[in-house]
Design a protein around this ligand. Structure first.
Ligand code: SAH
Length: 419
């Protein structure tokens, strides 16, 4: 290999103080023979089982050099002693120093990439999407002048103060709140952490999405407060809704409901198990000038609610199914598949001929092909026939780095149903 060029085509400036393979101050992970393949393809994870030896005594989150069994440099990565993902790569270059300047550049790149991807009628979006933005374990969602961040890996945790300082320096940022209370953090051996990081973040943030107004509870809501990943798909529902009787299942704070109303739905029934979510959904409906009494709100277990609706012979022209993650691990896929099949079968049974089923899975372990197969089985069981007219995906602020297909977790199908 010749000497690497930096992204702007200039040769990198080599700093000899740098943590390199021959830098005795930097700890290193020596891989087992043949276990460098994923890293050579630029996948950012080093699994515990691939590590032959840890040289030095790296603390959790510290930068280590990852080396082949022969001692050749592969990457600089954040060490995570308690996780199955033993290290996450910051860079595949030996001549970069992982530190405040490096993080400033990576954050700026992530921020710059969003320009032109998010329309002016939207003020909440994911600014940093972890591995896909070259910042493993770091999530930053922006709601107008408030950032909600998650430090989900030992490496992100190690650099938390640096990262907060850098984010707080952006002119558009007034408040930063932490929501590091996810399962991913536990797997890294880190305690959940939430709270104020900068400014005086309001409990409820107001933001616009596709020209509509929403509030999110950033202290207690799901994820960082809202499901920003569905923004583009809500537009699809808005377009389909005109004159239709809509059923929004797993409605949360009403993202699809509000878009269906904005698109001219004849009526909307919104179902969710969470009272709190439905309260905010009502506010979001009212906040856009629609009568919250015009929506039928059903608090309950969607599986039971839909079964009951089928028994009662109710029908709709557009059904949205956006369930929570059913599979957190690969071994949960069969059980998840049964859940998806059941809810989709009920969805089909509630649709009038000519109606649309808009159905999602946010389980990364259930791949798009498998999901379509499950939905096809559900249609078969329901005695219905349909066509996929659109495939849906997470929004462009949740990009998928080419070497890291795991980032593609949200998939959806728009199905035009016949009998
Ligand atoms: N469609 C929403 C996001 C849905 S997230 C949006 O566009 O913002 C999944 C939702 O399912 C959560 O609000 C959760 O409260 C709800 N939920 C989880 N299990 C449920 C169940 N068994 N029945 C009904 N709702 C459920």
């Amino acid at each position: 290999m010749g000497s690497p060029l930096s992204a702007d085509g200039r040769p990198p400036t080599v700093d000899r103080r740098l943590p390199t393979t021959d830098n005795p101050r930097m700890a290193s992970l020596l891989l087992k023979p043949g276990r460098e393949k994923a890293l050579l393809r630029r996948h950012p994870w080093v699994f515990a089982g691939a590590v032959a030896q840890v040289k030095g005594r790296p603390a959790a989150g510290e930068t280590v050099a990852v080396l082949t069994a022969q001692g050749r440099f592969l990457a600089q990565a954040a060490y995570s002693p308690r996780s199955q993902i033993r290290a996450r790569v910051w860079t595949f270059r030996e001549d970069e120093v992982i530190g405040p300047d490096w993080f400033r550049r990576r954050l700026e790149q992530a921020r710059k990439r969003r320009e032109g991807l998010i329309g002016p009628d939207t003020t909440a979006y994911r600014m940093v999407f972890g591995e896909s933005d070259g910042l493993p374990g770091l999530i930053v969602d922006r709601y107008e002048d408030t950032l909600v961040v998650q430090f989900l890996s030992a490496g992100a945790e190690y650099w938390r103060e640096t990262l907060v300082d850098l984010l707080a320096a952006w002119p558009e940022v007034r408040h930063i709140y932490e929501r590091s209370d996810t399962e991913a953090r536990r797997l890294e051996g880190l305690e959940p952490r939430t709270g104020l990081l900068h400014g005086h973040p309001p409990e409820r943030v107001r933001y616009r999405e596709n020209g509509l107004t929403f509030v999110a509870d950033i202290f207690r809501g799901h994820k960082t407060g809202a499901y920003l990943d569905q923004r583009e798909n809500r537009k699809v529902v808005r377009t389909l809704a005109r004159g239709r009787r809509v059923l929004d299942v797993f409605a949360y704070t009403g993202g699809f409901t509000v878009h269906a109303l904005a698109g001219g739905a004849a009526s909307v029934v919104a179902v969710d198990v969470s009272d709190e979510a439905l309260r905010l959904a009502r506010e979001n409906v009212a906040g856009n000038g629609f009568d919250p009494h015009g929506v039928a709100w059903v608090q309950g277990n969607a599986f039971e609610v839909l079964r009951e609706m089928v028994r009662e012979g109710r029908t709709f022209d557009l059904v949205v199914l956006d369930p929570p993650k059913f599979a957190f691990r690969a071994d949960q896929v069969p059980r998840a598949a049964r859940g998806y099949k059941d809810i989709n079968r009920l969805g089909f049974l509630l649709l009038n001929p000519g109606g649309y089923l808009v159905t999602f899975s946010c389980s990364g372990h259930v791949e798009a092909g498998l999901f379509q197969k499950i939905v096809a089985d559900a249609a078969l069981d329901a005695g219905r026939w349909g066509q996929v007219v659109r495939r849906l995906f997470q929004g462009p602020d949740h990009p998928v780095a080419l070497p890291y297909p795991e980032a593609a977790y949200l998939k959806g199908l728009v199905i035009n149903m016949s009998r």
